[in-house]
Design a protein around this ligand. Structure first.
Ligand SMILES: [Zn+2]
Length: 417
């Protein structure tokens, strides 16, 4: 884990990169671009991605891997066992797309209606296949094992938990999985740039539903009714006061109401109003405080106006927490691959969510963001992940491929020379 050992010139090859990993990533580059474009053309959504799995298996064909095809999902667990004993490292790529149209104009745009790889998961999958090729070629002197986790269903389907429940980490007691690493591409971070931080990296993501029930009636005579409309509005305002007054600013959370539905006509007071929204937090403590606060505020406001209310909080993904030491270890390895100037310890987490959180709840590890913004683009104008216009720069997939491989090698104790 020594930074100096990784970044001295002695650890770099004649081309200036450690262990020649970037050259090796370059050797597999054409094939991973082909795979990425094929997946991009034929995106699939959710936990069942039959075509994607087929393509990934084809791309792994011939490599000395023990494959486990998951049954509850299209997940693939591929184990590379080095010829020498040692620890086991997990590398993860997600493979699913999003239900949305694509408007990038790329000549390998999606051919599937309302389905797009707008979160870069096609690049993750291709980079991990590239790393599998590089590492498989070193099997004879690999002291340990690498478990390649190709997971479906990251976009809200909890594919990671499905794979964990199906025994992903049950790899024998002799050499349990002791490290986990994932890359997430970002279409609005400069190309090749790597960003991560120790501790919380991404938020928990829960949703709430509040149904206010009053008594309907004529719009001209509200005193004969219990009008749920102003009560719903008051709840929305009071939720923001709750967040700013009751949640520690240094352990923050977000409550955003995204939908209010009620009413049918200008002269009818409806019986119910329906409120929906998202809840984000960076710790379990704040997450629970917000859940309690939403219930308290909604029930209190409704009671003040003699209405009734039903509050449902649906749990989404947990907070994604990078192990503090492992994040710094990852930063060192990333620095060896990308150079000091391209690795940044982020000041703040991102309030999006990830189901890699469930892997990190079980195994120490880290996730890092990889910039794949096309060159020459303005960071403020680049279409972000999940945009119908998000474009990912393929050239920098070399760096991600090399980093996946480097993380496994370093975890297994192999110096990058
Ligand atoms: Zn994603």
């Amino acid at each position: 884990m020594s930074k100096t050992a990784l970044t001295t010139d002695a650890a770099r090859d004649a081309h200036g990169n450690p262990g020649g990993l970037l050259e090796q990533a370059n050797d597999v580059f054409d094939s991973i671009v082909d795979l990425r474009r094929d997946l991009h053309r034929h995106p699939e959504i959710g936990n069942h991605l039959p075509r994607t799995r087929e393509r990934v298996l084809e791309a792994l064909e011939g490599l000395p891997l023990d494959l486990t095809l998951h049954e509850t999902t299209s997940g693939i667990a591929a184990m590379l066992t080095g010829d020498k004993p040692g620890p086991t490292m997990l590398l993860r790529a997600d493979m699913d797309a999003l239900p949305m149209p694509e408007d990038t104009g790329l000549d390998f745009s999606s051919t599937v209606d309302n389905t797009m790889h707008a979160c870069g998961h096609d690049t993750h999958t291709a980079m991990l296949v590239g790393a599998a090729r590089i590492l498989a070629a070193r099997k004879s002197d690999l002291p340990g094992r690498v478990l390649f986790m190709f997971q479906p269903g990251e976009e809200g389907w909890n594919g990671a938990t499905e794979m964990l429940n199906e025994g992903l980490l049950e790899v024998g007691t002799e050499s349990p999985v002791t490290g986990a690493f994932a890359i997430h591409a970002a279409s609005n971070i400069p190309g090749g740039f790597l960003g991560l931080k120790p501790g919380p990296l991404m938020a928990s993501s829960d949703s709430m539903e509040i149904v206010v029930t009053g008594r309907g009636g004529h719009g001209s005579a509200p005193h004969f009714t219990i009008d749920p409309v102003p009560i719903a509005c008051e709840i929305v305002q009071a939720l923001q006061t709750m967040v700013t007054r009751r949640i520690d600013v240094f352990d923050p959370g977000v409550v955003t109401v995204t939908q209010i539905h009620t009413g049918t006509a200008s002269n009818v007071i409806p019986e119910t109003a329906w409120i929906n929204g998202t809840i984000r937090a960076l710790s379990e403590k704040t997450r629970r405080r917000i859940h309690d606060g939403i219930r308290r505020v909604a029930e209190g406001v409704a009671a003040a106006h003699e209405a009734s209310v039903e509050v449902t909080v649906k749990l989404g993904y947990d907070v994604t927490v990078n192990d503090a030491d492992y994040a710094m270890f990852t930063a060192d390895v990333a620095t060896a691959i990308a150079g000091d100037r391209n690795v940044r310890i982020m000041d703040n987490p991102v309030m999006g969510a990830e189901d890699f959180s469930y892997v990190l709840n079980r195994v120490q590890g880290a996730m890092t963001f990889l910039g794949l913004m096309p060159g020459g683009m303005d960071i403020m104008k680049a279409a972000p992940n999940h945009s119908n216009r998000a474009v990912y720069e393929e050239t920098q997939m070399r760096r991600g491929t090399a980093l996946y491989a480097a993380m496994a090698l370093r975890h297994l104790g192999v110096p990058l020379t």
